[in-house]
Design a protein around this ligand. Sequence first.
Ligand code: AKG
Ligand code: FE2
Length: 185
Amino acid sequence: MLLAEYGKHLSRIARTLFELLVKSLNLNLLEPSSHLDENTGNVRVYRYPSCSDSNNVGWGINEHTDSSVLSILSQDDQVSGLEVLKDHKWVTVKPIPNTLIINIGDMMQALSDDIYKSVFHRVKINNTKERISICYFVFPNEDVKIESSKYKPFTYNEFRAQVQKDIKETGHKVGLSRFQRNQDI
Ligand SMILES: O=C(O)CCC(=O)C(=O)O
Ligand SMILES: [Fe+2]
């Protein structure tokens, strides 16, 4: 119940941010409400237990980009772990109390023609403290066409199917580059 309430507030924040991003890019979306569809919004709570041998247990979450339009994270106030790839280097996102982290997802990158980048990120396990994060993800309506000049028009449904196929066949997500113009899908 509480999470549903939280999701509602986050969807309002996501909508406001999305509208500002669309405006800043001068995008002329025919269906702005379908490009960010509140009905797809979902909240996930993660608990990353600590591990004294944290350097050898692998990652809490391996490096990836989010497939969403936007992801909004409320990370633990005290325990760091989230890292983003910036200029080819992994940088820790320091926890700041009462602060949300806005992550651009693959769909926003495509809509913006790569002006906004879907950043690679990962989560490290802490060796003494567990870490909790609450993440809100929002996606386009499954059937709306994502159109831009760098990518062939595609729907989120097609994108998700391609991601699942790649994971099954290669063990990892290939992502947006699959839909770049001049590339075979
Ligand atoms: O736990 C976090 O801070 C990030 C989680 C995440 O990147 C994801 O679920 O996509
Ligand atoms: Fe993520």
